[in-house]
Design a protein around this ligand. Structure first.
Ligand SMILES: Cc1ncc(COP(=O)(O)O)c(C=O)c1O
Length: 397
């Protein structure tokens, strides 16, 4: 017999089914790669965050295997009790070398890094948080954990942000933005954000999850892209996308900020540290990025090729430079149906609808990797054309 709770949940799930919004997880049957196998089909993967194609790189796998031999599966402890292993210190050192920051501290995910950082730096109602309306869900939830005053400015509307900064009276003031917005693929206007932070005694926090290993001459992210690297800007980022694709997150900041997090941040204090295989695999991924700059060039060439193809097909997209290329299709059921139709054509692209994106702006989020060959992208474009012919609402023209 179902409990009242189970009946409520079942009825909500049924509603998702009835309105065509139920998300079905497809089964990936081989490693994450630009060409892989899903639901019994060989497919082109066009929806992973494997931007540099390192999720299955031999050097990354070898480092992870060796780490298991040397340090075992896990820490069986949080950091401050007996969970700080050599691998954590080495990984944090590697992140410092890569980003060029004073200090870094790692978390089990970037979700945890955001949740561990934001309420810790702005815990009280004397503090204020200024946040872009389209920031990632982990930032939204992190802000919910803080008692600080909240100011949500419209996406990339920095005039509105300026007005809010002028009007707010507060002790610790945080401006928080994604570096690359995960659903739009656009880039935060970091130079102006930094100017506003300086002018209003605020600290800028940039979530670089989709920018690390993607933007900037050497893949350091948004600040490198704009040439505004600044030791006072705090970065969060993930090891689960371009840097090997497993899991893990970090905060890169000044020594005092990281020291404070180690003492006070709840996910640091009460959740296990990263597994050794993840630490060493991620370090190997950073080494590959630093020693093979041609991967970044390939990612950029692939992105340009694909974006040009999407424009030629007349699909509704958001122009930009990043490997996140949304195709806006309107309603959630359309996005889900188009995802299914594309899989029939042996291409996997994930469809996103409300509440991940605003109502009426459901989309297919195409993501490009350095691991794609031109023929993979052309195959995907041909499939998009075929499917868009059946769903004209995805066309701008
Ligand atoms: C902008 C942004 N921040 C944080 C995260 C969470 O990263 P992780 O998977 O490491 O928790 C994501 C993941 O999708 C993201 O896109």
């Amino acid at each position: 017999m179902q409990t009242t709770l189970e009946k409520t949940l079942a009825s909500e799930l049924q509603e998702l089914h009835d309105t065509g919004q139920y998300k079905q997880a497809n089964e990936l049957q081989r490693p994450q790669a630009p060409r892989t196998r899903m639901d019994g089909k060989d497919i082109v993967m066009l929806s992973s965050n494997n931007y540099l194609g390192l999720a299955n790189h031999p050097k990354v796998l070898e480092a992870a295997r060796n780490a298991i031999e040397k340090y075992g599966m896990g820490t069986a402890s949080v950091r401050f009790i007996c969970g700080t292993m050599t691998c954590h210190l080495e990984l944090e050192q590697k992140i410092r070398e890569f980003i060029g920051c004073e200090a870094s501290t790692t978390f089990i995910s970037c979700w945890d890094a955001n949740v561990g950082l934001i309420p810790t730096l702005a815990p009280t109602k004397e503090d204020a948080i200024f946040t872009d309306a389209l920031n990632h869900a982990s930032i939204i939830d992190a802000i919910r954990l803080s008692k600080a005053q909240r100011f949500i400015y419209k996406h990339q509307n920095l005039d509105e942000l300026e007005q809010m900064l002028k009007s707010a009276t507060a002790r610790n003031r945080l401006i928080i933005t994604d570096g690359v917005f995960s659903m739009e693929g656009d880039v935060a206007q970091l130079p102006r954000l930094k100017e506003l932070a300086n002018a209003h005694d605020a600290v800028l926090i940039v979530d670089e999850s989709h920018a690390t290993g993607v933007l900037g001459a050497t893949g350091k992210g948004t600040a490198e892209h704009f040439g505004v690297i600044d030791p006072n800007t705090i970065q969060t980022s993930t090891l689960g996308k371009a840097l090997g694709g497993s899991c893990g997150g970090y905060v890169a900041a000044s020594q005092v900020v990281c020291d404070y997090l180690v003492q006070k941040s709840r996910p640091q204090l009460f959740s296990n540290a990263l597994p050794p295989a993840v630490c060493y695999g991620s370090m190997a991924a950073i080494d590959v990025l630093m020693s093979e700059p041609e991967r970044l060039e390939k990612l950029r060439a692939n992105t340009k090729h694909f974006r040009a193809g999407v424009s030629e097909l007349g699909l509704k997209t958001i122009e930009g430079i990043t490997p996140i290329v949304p195709v806006i299709v309107g309603e959630t059921p359309t996005a889900i149906q188009m995802q299914k139709a594309l899989l029939e054509e042996n291409v996997f692209v994930s469809g996103f609808g409300f509440p991940v994106v605003p109502r009426g702006a459901a989309r297919l989020r195409c993501q490009i990797s350095a691991g794609h060959e031109t023929e993979d992208l052309d195959l995907a474009l041909a499939a998009l054309k075929k499917v868009a012919d059946k769903f004209p609402e995805s066309r701008a023209t």
